[in-house]
Design a protein around this ligand. Structure first.
Ligand SMILES: Nc1ncnc2c1ncn2[C@@H]1O[C@H](COP(=O)(O)OP(=O)(O)O)[C@@H](O)[C@H]1O
Ligand SMILES: [Mg+2]
Length: 416
């Protein structure tokens, strides 16, 4: 080859080399672009995961708060959901549990939604829903990511367990309150019973001595009349101790089959004579089932309720007495979970002053009275309560200040 040719060939070679180099550089740039894209995607994904974790962490923190209510938990959870989704600014959420519904402030139903059930004991008790307010590109499930689906399911499951726990806590609280009340009543019952016994013994001793003195005294004696007064006053005292004993446990009963209509008729007629200012209305069911009860004690229950009603209507009023047959199924709202079977219901309703919410919680407490000293003993309703319980019955009260009061007494119907 000539030298001339050689020198011409050299630049050609260089060009080829440069071309090759450019191709290589281009390839490496595109590789770098690809990995940069991948890195961006990974970072984005990681960002999403961090948001989801934050959401779960927030929920855990919420649940740790002592004495937080179920409502506060549900509201807290819906508010924690949007920030965990891809487009927080267009995300809203709603949770419904039984009849309670909580939503984020911006809540609106749209066609872009993700729903998860809240379950408890295998039953669906509510739902958790996330909505997008605007359209977004299609992803794994509509515009939503599969991770968002798992997150929503996880929250739904968690809420189911929280509900279970709260339910158990509430049940426990209720039972504790019931137990406490029963214990208090029992303690006071024992106390009242003890006092009544001792008192009755004292009264009987006085009565015995008075009777002996009366037997030996000449009716013309100046002390004779005073002694009869003493005898009569002892009679009233002994009546009061009987009331106390009726409230106390362990009293002997004479259980017979009774017709409650007849008892209501007789007692209310007698009461009407004593309190002419009270107009009595009776609506007694035909074919009312019989009850097995101690007549004297049921009469005492009715009488105590009439007296209270009349006391609540100082300037006259109406007393409505109603009886009817019912079953335990009609008593579903009763927190004591009544035993299955037939019951006889008697309603004693007045148009009196009513009882405010705070007072109503205490009316069955022994010695609780709102009446002035000497007028109220606070034993009427306590003995009513004890007597009804002793008969396997239930008592409910419904009243509002200024709107009258109604007592409902449920007594088990006799088997026959
Ligand atoms: N029918 C009623 N209307 C309004 N308040 C009532 C009625 N029955 C009971 N109460 C309230 O319950 C309290 C307790 O009643 P009770 O145990 O019979 O005691 P007392 O009648 O001696 O006060 C009463 O003092 C009264 O405040
Ligand atoms: Mg009373």
């Amino acid at each position: 080859m000539k030298d001339e040719d050689k020198t011409r060939e050299q630049p050609l070679n260089e060009i080829a080399e440069l071309r090759q180099r450019i191709a290589e550089l281009e390839a490496s740039a595109s590789r770098r672009n690809e990995s940069e894209e991948l890195l961006r995607k990974r970072t984005r994904d990681l960002g999403e995961r961090v948001k989801e974790l934050n959401c779960l962490y927030g929920i855990s923190k919420l649940l740790e708060r002592p004495s937080i209510s179920l409502g506060e938990i549900l509201q807290g959870v819906v508010d924690l959901i949007p920030p965990a989704w891809q487009y927080p600014e267009i995300t809203c959420a709603r949770v419904s549990l039984h009849d309670q519904i909580f939503t984020t402030k911006n809540f609106k139903e749209t066609i872009w939604n993700l729903t998860s059930d809240i379950g408890w004991c295998g039953k669906r008790i509510g739902a958790l829903q996330v909505y997008y307010l605007e359209q977004r590109p299609e992803r794994d499930e509509g515009p939503f990511l599969k991770e968002e689906r798992s997150l929503l399911n996880a929250i739904g499951e968690r809420l189911g367990r929280v509900f279970e726990r709260k339910q158990a806590e509430e049940e426990k609280k209720k039972l504790q309150a019931q137990l406490q009340y029963a214990q208090k009543m029992e303690a006071l019952g024992t106390l009242a019973g003890g006092i009544a016994h001792t008192f009755n013994n004292l009264l009987m001793a006085i009565l015995a001595n008075t009777s002996v003195m009366l037997l030996e005294a000449d009716p013309a004696h100046p002390h004779y009349e005073k002694l009869t007064t003493i005898e009569r006053v002892i009679g009233s005292g002994s009546k009061l101790t009987k009331q106390l004993l009726g409230y106390a446990r362990g009293v002997s009963y004479e259980i017979r089959t009774l017709n409650l209509n007849q008892l209501v008729n007789e007692t209310s007629e007698a009461f009407g004579m004593a309190r002419k200012d009270v107009t009595i209305h009776r609506e007694l069911a035909e074919g009312l089932l019989e009850i097995r009860a101690d007549q004297g004690q049921i009469e005492q229950v009715l009488w105590n309720l009439y007296v209270n009603a009349a006391d609540a209507m100082p300037n006259s009023g109406d007393l409505f007495l109603k009886t009817m047959n019912i079953t335990d199924k009609d008593m579903k709202d009763n927190p004591d979970k009544p035993k299955a079977g037939d019951y006889v219901l008697v309603i004693i309703r007045d148009t009196g002053v009513g009882i405010d919410k705070k007072t109503i919680e205490r009316i069955f407490d022994p010695f609780f009275t709102t009446k002035e000293v000497g007028k109220g003993t606070g034993l009427g309703l306590a003995s009513v309560y004890a007597l009804i319980k002793a008969h396997g019955g239930y008592i409910e009260v419904d009243s509002k200040k200024g709107e009258g009061t109604s007592f409902e007494i449920y007594l088990p119907a006799s088997e026959k």
